[in-house]
Design a binder for this molecule. Structure first.
Ligand code: AMP
Ligand code: MN
Ligand code: MN
Ligand code: MN
Length: 284
């Protein structure tokens, strides 16, 4: 597989917090020229079989995917897994454990929102969740837009649901070691998702990549819908410094919400090892 491949290895369906079904996403990816695709629902792999079939029906190659929520030094970090065996039992158990606390968390979020006068948020958010095991802040955001509390989901995350704002609930996700181990033991490659999003200090970021590597992590998202053009170059340097392969993915969630469509990002900067080079035997 060439390094200038149109690969999109990060997006979400109705199995987590996207608004399109796996088949509709595959259709959109193929229409946009994606050649290698991965569906990476949060803490879930139940869309994988459908996504692989839909990819093949539309002439795309496929890698299995997920995006695991991790707690690292008191913040949430996302680790994308690619090319793992989707039937691996330790991985499946780990994902069940990781998403297990979401319902209680959603009740706690709704309780906090009620205190600032927003009633019915749990039921409201649940209506947007295609998978009731995976109620997420995105579903609350859609409810807050629908009810006119906020004008769009970006506005929601400025005023609610984030640290220090109403509706934010501390949550303990998987550890970095667990997430990386589940993915690698299942034959996949672990990738640090959208590193610029965490707003870590240089020391914190160094700690993240050092620990990630020590557990067997092998990749970093360089070109993602969450990065600016300057950040592509910053994280290309990180990939070289830490000897990591580079990934590319839109993080597409919805035609109405995502500013980056499937398959439309710039190609990886040259001179990097694309993550799909490590996964040639895992491509379906
Ligand atoms: P959760 O896993 O329930 O904490 O929800 C996290 C999801 O919320 C992310 O995957 C994004 O889809 C969405 N999200 C978080 N922060 C923002 C933000 N600042 N702007 C837009 N969407 C966000
Ligand atoms: Mn999301
Ligand atoms: Mn993410
Ligand atoms: Mn994502």
């Amino acid at each position: 597989m060439p390094s200038n491949l149109n690969a999109d290895l990060h997006c979400h369906s109705t199995v987590s917090d996207g608004t399109l079904a796996p088949e509709a996403l595959a259709q959109r990816a193929a229409a946009n020229g994606v050649e290698l695709w991965a569906l990476t629902d949060h803490d879930e792999t139940s869309g994988q079989a459908r996504a692989a079939v839909a990819a093949h029906d539309r002439g795309m190659r496929y890698l299995t995917g997920t995006e695991i929520s991790v707690s690292f030094i008191g913040k949430t970090v996302h680790i994308v897994g690619l090319g793992f065996d989707a039937e691996d039992h330790r991985m499946l158990r780990g994902l069940v454990q990781t998403r297990g606390g979401r319902e209680q968390r959603a009740h706690d979020m709704a309780e906090q929102l009620a205190k600032v006068g927003i009633q019915g948020a749990f039921e409201g958010a649940l209506r947007y969740a295609g998978n009731h095991d995976l109620i997420s802040r995105t579903h609350f955001a859609r409810f807050l837009v629908e009810t006119g509390v906020c004008k769009d989901t970006n506005d929601v995350f400025r005023k609610y649901l984030t640290e220090g704002k109403p509706g934010f609930v501390e949550h303990r996700w998987a550890t970095l070691k667990e997430a990386v181990t589940w993915i690698t033991q299942a034959g996949g490659v672990a990738v640090v998702a959208h590193p610029a999003r965490y707003r870590f200090t240089a020391n914190e970021e160094y700690a993240l990549f050092t620990e990630f590597k020590s557990h067997g992590g092998q990749g970093v998202e360089v070109v993602t819908g969450s990065h600016t053009a300057a950040e592509y170059l910053t994280y290309a340097d990180t990939a070289r410094e830490f000897g990591l392969a580079a990934s590319r993915g839109s993080d597409f969630h919805s035609p109405d919400e995502s500013h980056t469509d499937l398959g439309t990002l710039p190609l990886l900067p040259s001179g990097l090892t694309p993550v799909w080079d490590l996964l040639s035997s895992r491509i379906q």
